[in-house]
Design a protein around this ligand. Structure first.
Ligand SMILES: Nc1ncnc2c1ncn2[C@@H]1O[C@H](COP(=O)(O)O)[C@@H](O)[C@H]1OP(=O)(O)O
Ligand SMILES: [Mg+2]
Ligand SMILES: [Mg+2]
Ligand SMILES: [Mg+2]
Length: 311
């Protein structure tokens, strides 16, 4: 039966199951307490959770979809080691398999897809105990455009019928919408969400000009986009380089499936083809609807745009 389901839908359904498994790996590394922190660069950490979650995601997706081009954030020096068999997930989310695939995506082949994987978004926050900010991001791009994505939050807690649950998984598919939670309208006053661990004078300048009622400083691109979708914040502004394609692919896909927009601070979309450069040099500007996005775009001073484009 599954083979009659279009590839994009099967890949999204598998990505949801794989993201859940990666989230469990992230929780297990934290409970063991040995984070194995490596400093990749300035303000740029990697932990055992980042490494292991990425190995789980890439091994699981390539076992099922061998011709996919998968680009992950982490270089894994130890990829020769055997992967624990329970990290290879071949389950798939049955509900997602029943989705009606948009007609323009029905004929997509493995070779046409680039999957951008951020095994753990919000690593700084993970190491500092801001665990709710952590997400697992799997973004699916076709013809350079994010068309589907998964944002898994391994530490999100819910109480359902007296039973404690941990973790939730939000997904989005172009023209279909989002699943895993119910989006809420934006707040009545202007609430901006931005970085808590990668600020600089340009980032602060762009925040000042927004005339916001409140500024939330939280970690991770995935978490900030969830704040937009949950009605906690109106606009996500980050006027600096630092984010990469794996940070924004899944968030952009989920946000746009819900009617929102994620671009750079010039209002241009990033491209997600296989040979695109990894860094998002011209920042991030995102909102749940076009009006809020246009408002934010109109406030960014030309001078700031010029400075950022020369970096
Ligand atoms: N200067 C930077 N160096 C490395 N990663 C960055 C930098 N700025 C942003 N990022 C990545 O983008 C995400 C969103 O940024 P921020 O939390 O600062 O708003 C970060 O969690 C981090 O992803 P990751 O944690 O996956 O390495
Ligand atoms: Mg990182
Ligand atoms: Mg990231
Ligand atoms: Mg990461």
């Amino acid at each position: 039966m599954a083979s009659t389901v279009p590839l994009i839908v099967r890949l999204l359904a598998s990505s949801v199951s794989v993201a859940n498994r990666a989230g469990k790996i992230i929780r297990d590394v934290m409970s063991k307490g040995e984070l194995g922190i490596v400093e990749k660069g300035k303000d740029d950490l990697q932990t055992e959770a980042d490494r292991s979650a990425q190995r789980c995601i890439i091994a699981s997706l390539s076992a099922q979809f061998p011709k996919l081009n998968i680009i992950g954030e982490e270089d894994n020096p130890d990829t020769e080691d055997e992967i624990p068999s329970d990290w290879i997930v071949i389950d798939t989310d049955k509900d997602i398999l029943t989705i009606q695939c948009p007609s323009n995506l029905q004929g997509v082949k493995e070779e046409d897809i680039v999957v951008w994987v951020d095994p753990l978004d919000g690593t700084s926050e993970y190491t500092q105990g801001f665990l709710e900010h952590v997400t697992v991001l799997i973004g699916i791009a076709v013809n350079e455009k994010p068309v589907a994505g998964v944002i898994h939050q391994p530490y999100y807690k819910t109480l359902i019928g007296g039973q404690k649950n941990i973790g939730r998984t939000i997904w989005g598919l172009q023209e279909v919408g989002v699943g895993g939670f119910t989006p809420a309208p934006p707040p009545d006053s202007l609430v901006i969400t931005t970085t808590r661990s990668h600020s600089n004078p340009m980032v602060e300048k762009a925040l000042q000009v927004m005339n916001a009622n409140q500024i939330l400083r939280v970690g991770g691109a995935g978490y900030k986009v969830l704040q937009l979708l949950e009605g906690v914040a109106s606009i996500y502004v980050f006027a600096s380089g630092g984010c990469k394609k794996w940070d924004t692919c899944a968030p952009e896909a989920v946000l746009s499936a819900a009617g929102g927009k994620l671009t750079d601070i010039f209002g241009n979309y990033y491209k997600y083809g296989p040979s695109e450069s990894r860094p998002n040099k011209t920042g991030v500007l995102a909102a749940v609807n076009n009006d809020l996005h246009s408002y934010a775009l109109s406030r960014i001073p030309e001078e700031l745009k010029n400075t950022l484009s020369k970096k």
